[in-house]
Ligand binder design. Structure first.
Ligand SMILES: Cc1cc2nc3c(=O)[nH]c(=O)nc-3n(C[C@H](O)[C@H](O)[C@H](O)COP(=O)(O)OP(=O)(O)OC[C@H]3O[C@@H](n4cnc5c(N)ncnc54)[C@H](O)[C@@H]3O)c2cc1C
Length: 464
C-alpha cells in the first residue's frame, strides 16, 4: 500500500523522532551508518490501522497536521500570527539573573530556568530534556527528570541526533504532568500525537521549543573532537557552547573529553572546520525540507539573540517567543522580582535574528522542492509561502549546500575508515570554498553591468 510515511523513509526524509514507533511497534528507529537516527519498517508485519496512526504522527508525512493547523488547535484563536514565527503573545530578549542558569546555559539560560520554574511551581511532575549520555558511545539523549533531580544537568545546545523513541512510551506508562524540550519537527510530532492520543495530550502540559537552524549527525561532534585531538572512537563528551569571555556571543567555545577523562583546550567553533553553520555539514536531509525554524507549535520558543544590541555580550542572551498565558505570567512575575533581565522586543527583531535560517527554510526549500519535483521525485507537502523570484546566485548557493550535505556524510565515513581527518577537510573544502566566492557567470555579469553604467550615464547626459 502506498502510505506517505513509507515515502518519507524511502526517500530519506526521516528525522528519527520515533513518533511512528509509538504508533506501531513494527517501526523501529536506529542510528544509521552516518550517525543519524532513522526509522525502519518491518514489511512482513503489515498492520494497517497502526500505520495510519503513524502517518498522522510523522512530521514529514503528508497526513499529519501542519504547523498552522496545529497552532489553530492548541493556541488562542485571536493571537496575532506572523508568517515567520507563527502565533505569539509576546516576544522577549535577555537573560536569567537567577544564578547559575545563565552560566550553565547555551545563551541566556532561559531554557533550563523555565523547566526549573515549571517544576518549582508544581506545574509539572516531570521534565524531559536532552542531557549528556555517555553510554554505548552515544553522547546526548532525552532523559526524564523527576522532582528530586537537578534540572541543570540538562545539556546546553546538543548539536547531536536525538530521538523520542522510548520517551513517549514512558509518558504513556507513567501518570503525571510533563514539560518537554523539542526541536520544531519534534514539537510538531508531539502535537500531532496529542491530537489523537488523549493520555499523552493530558500529560504533556508544556512544550519548550528550541529554535533550530538544522540538526546534525553524530559526525559533527566527532569532527570537532578530532580537530581538538580526540579520535572519533575515543570521545567521552563534548561541549559545543562554552562561553568565551570578551568575544562575541556567536563565538562558541568547543572542547571535548576523552575516555580517560582528559580534556582538550577550548577553541572557538569559528576556528574549527565545520564551525560555519551556513555550510550545513552533516545535516539531515529532512532539515532541508522543513519550513519551521522557531518551533511554531511550542508553548515557548527559545533561541540565541544574535542581534546587534546583544552580540557583544559574551555572557549570552536569548530571544523568546511566548504562546502560552501561564508561561507569560511566570515571565512577567520574574521580570518584576528581578529574576529575569528580559525586555519585550518586536516580532521583526526576532525574525531578523533568524533571517539566515528562515531564508534557507523558506526560499531555499521552495527551490529544493521544485528541483526534486522536476526529477519526478516525491517531496513532503509543505506550507505555501509567497516569494519573489530567486536570484541566480542564491540558487547556486542552495545547490552547493545540498552537495555539502550529501558529500559530508560520505567523505566523513571514508575519513573515519582511513583514519585520515585531512582527507575529509581537503575534499569538503573544495566545495565549501565555492560558497565563499561568486560564480563565474555572476562575475562576468557584474563586470558587464559595472562597465555599462558609465556608458549609460554618458548616453543619458547626451540625450537630455
Ligand atoms: C540542533 C540545534 C540547532 C539550533 N539552531 C539555532 C538557530 O539556528 N538559531 C537560534 O537562535 N538558536 C538555535 N538553537 C538554540 C540555541 O542553540 C539554544 O539552545 C537556545 O538559545 C537555548 O539557550 P538557553 O541558554 O536558554 O539554553 P539552556 O538553558 O542551556 O537550555 C537548553 C535546553 O535545551 C535542551 N536541548 C538541547 N539540545 C536539544 C535538542 N537537540 N533537542 C531538544 N532539546 C534540546 C536542553 O536539554 C536544555 O533543557 C539550536 C539548538 C539546537 C540543539
Amino acid at each position: 500500500m502506498n502510505y506517505s510515511i513509507f515515502n518519507v523513509i524511502k526517500n530519506d526524509y526521516c528525522i528519527g523522532c520515533g513518533a511512528c514507533v509509538f504508533a506501531d511497534k513494527d517501526f523501529s528507529v536506529q542510528l544509521d551508518e552516518y550517525g543519524m537516527y532513522k526509522a525502519e519498517y518491518d514489511h512482513s508485519k503489515i498492520n494497517d490501522n497502526n500505520i495510519e496512526l503513524a502517518e498522522k504522527y510523522c512530521p514529514f508525512s503528508d497526513n499529519s497536521l501542519d504547523e498552522d493547523k496545529i497552532a489553530e488547535i492548541f493556541f488562542e484563536k485571536e493571537l496575532p500570527k506572523n508568517e515567520n514565527i507563527g502565533k505569539n503573545i509576546k516576544c522577549f530578549a535577555g537573560y536569567v539573573i537567577e544564578k547559575p542558569f545563565r552560566e550553565k546555559g547555551s545563551s541566556g539560560g532561559f531554557g533550563k530556568w523555565m523547566l526549573y520554574k515549571l517544576m518549582e511551581k508544581n506545574k509539572v511532575d516531570y521534565v524531559i530534556q536532552v542531557a549528556e549520555e555517555n553510554k554505548n558511545d552515544i553522547l546526548f539523549s532525552y532523559k526524564v527528570f523527576s522532582k528530586n533531580e537537578n534540572i541543570l544537568e540538562g545539556s546546553k545546545s546538543a548539536y547531536y541526533p536525538v530521538t523520542l523513541n522510548g520517551i513517549l512510551d514512558f509518558i504513556k506508562e507513567n501518570k503525571g504532568s510533563y514539560a518537554i524540550t523539542a526541536l520544531p519537527c519534534f514539537s510538531k510530532a508531539i502535537r500531532n500525537i496529542c491530537v489523537h492520543d488523549n493520555v499523552i495530550s493530558q500529560r504533556i502540559k508544556y512544550i519548550i521549543g528550541i529554535v533550530c537552524g538544522h540538526l546534525k549527525s553524530t559526525a559533527f561532534a566527532e569532527l570537532f573532537a578530532w580537530q581538538l585531538g580526540i579520535t572519533p572512537d575515543n570521545i567521552k563528551s563534548i561541549e559545543f557552547r562554552d562561553k568565551l569571555d570578551g568575544l562575541r556571543s556567536n563565538e562558541k567555545g568547543v572542547y571535548a573529553v576523552n575516555k580517560i577523562g582528559e580534556k582538550t583546550i577550548v577553541r572557538s567553533s569559528k576556528m574549527l572546520f565545520g564551525g560555519n553553520w551556513g555550510y550545513g555539514l552533516f545535516k539531515y536531509k529532512a532539515c532541508d525540507y522543513c519550513d519551521d525554524v522557531v518551533g511554531e507549535t511550542a508553548d515557548a520558543s527559545i533561541g540565541d539573540a544574535w542581534l546587534e544590541e546583544y552580540i557583544n555580550d559574551s555572557g549570552g542572551n536569548n530571544i523568546v517567543i511566548i504562546r502560552n498565558r501561564e508561561i507569560y505570567q511566570i515571565i512577567n512575575e520574574a521580570i518584576e522580582n528581578g529574576t529575569l533581565n528580559f525586555k519585550p522586543i518586536d516580532v521583526e527583531k526576532v525574525v531578523k535574528s533568524q533571517e539566515g535560517g528562515l531564508r534557507n527554510r523558506r526560499e531555499g526549500l521552495q527551490y529544493r522542492s521544485l528541483r526534486q519535483k522536476r526529477k519526478w521525485k516525491w517531496v513532503p507537502v509543505k506550507r505555501n509561502f509567497k516569494f519573489s523570484k530567486i536570484r541566480h546566485e542564491r540558487k547556486r548557493l542552495y545547490r552547493l549546500r545540498e552537495k555539502i550535505r550529501k558529500k559530508s556524510h560520505k567523505y566523513f565515513l571514508i575519513a573515519k575508515k582511513e583514519k585520515d581527518l585531512q582527507y575529509f577537510v581537503n575534499k569538503m573544502q573544495k566545495i565549501t570554498n565555492k560558497t565563499e566566492r561568486p560564480s563565474l557567470l555572476y562575475r562576468i555579469e557584474n563586470k558587464l553591468y559595472l562597465g555599462w553604467q558609465p556608458i549609460k550615464k554618458q548616453l543619458l547626459k547626451l540625450l537630455s
